[in-house]
Design a protein around this ligand. Sequence first.
Ligand SMILES: [Zn+2]
Length: 483
Amino acid sequence: MHNLKITVGLSSPVILSRYTTIDSILIALYFAKLRKLGRIGNDFVKTEDFIPEISKFIQVKNGALSGSIWYVGKEATVSPSNAMLVKTKDREHMLKYTGKIQDNDGSGEYKLYRFGFEALDIKEIYFYVVGDKEIIEDLLKDLKGIGKKNSVGFGLIDKIKVEETDEDKSFIIKGQASRPLPCRSWNLESDRVMFYRAYPPYYDKKDKVPCYMPPTSLIEYEPIENSRNYISLKEQDYIYPTKFAYNAVKEVLPKPDYPQMIEAKTCSACGKVHDRGVKLTDVFKPASNNDYAFLEKGDFICEYCDWSVKSESQNYLGYLLIAQNWHKHIQGKNMEGENDKEKQEIRAQLFSNLDEQTPPFYIGIKSTKNQQHVVFKSTVSISNALIPIQYGNDTYVIDVELFNRAIDELKKLIKETGISKIFWINQEIISGPVFHLPAKDDTPKNRESLNNFYKKYDRSIRVFLNRAVITEEDVKKRKTKKS
Ligand SMILES: [Zn+2]
């Protein structure tokens, strides 16, 4: 086993989740190889069942695989651009659940089923792993693209370099996790804790446990002076978001009594076994619903998930901060505040003080006004240092220490450079693939400031900075809107 650094050269912009680790890429390549050899079928493969074989080429330590998230070099240039992909119909999912494709050009949610991605233009990214150099190099030969949407040209790889390094940075960098590490078997001085899976595939809904998570900056973490006292629940059993939401708002939004099923079943929305619920097709209508991509195989929806989906259609559940014994509207008509200005300021206050929330809590915000279901797609936060926020179909994870730093820095940068907020945060509502800095601002010095900002603050932070920082521009915009 060697300490390895894997550098991936990219020939096109990449759409990559912050927590993508090299082990999940290697494991996927390994299972693809076993499938080709006919050693496993096409069904879901549990990584846990292959640990003895995997540990021959990737180190396994305290219930976690070696393999860091991706990083960019300190001197690298990073520029975001917006990629818009329109998904007209999820034919594959429709077929899976109904056995037929219903052609309905549709209205409402169909029209709005657009995916806005931020693609990053980066020359190369790198990862750390402890493993067998030869086997890993061999597996990587089959890797042609990385991240989402390789098939339409994103994340194409032009070269891969595997080199030996002195230090092992594949689990921890400067006291912080450099990959998800289960709290039950690791002990770190960190409150960046969230429900996550200990083994790949990390997107799976089952078996989530409290894990230490890496800081979200794109460059390797540099510790900073930190006087805040964060709280994290490192021994918390998994909390299902729909049941959590129900317990908090049941007095306003009661749930009917559901009949008991003959046998308990796994809910396709939350992945938990329940004995009360309804048929999947009673909740998610194949012709008019696009949530199929977020459901697991099955035909059953539990009482809490059914209640949450139906309640969101009544527009109460869609814009909430929910804690154990209370809830608060953070957007929309039910929010406190007399007018838009007051609402905007209340919201900015809330987002500027996220570390004051006591876990567990939940934040969910619809990104479209019509029927969109955010609760069952969300994650309950078990820390006020790392906060998953469900925004439409995406889960954004806010690294609060970095977020608070970004708020102060952004205010200063806007004042110093005169460059407006949208260029620092990148637009959240996608209106075109490219946005241009006004000619007068397009100087090497400003480009460098923007570039440094993007490297420190990932997409999640920048999207929510829009709510935390109110600029003079925003105030002006509000005035013109009124007149
Ligand atoms: Zn459920």
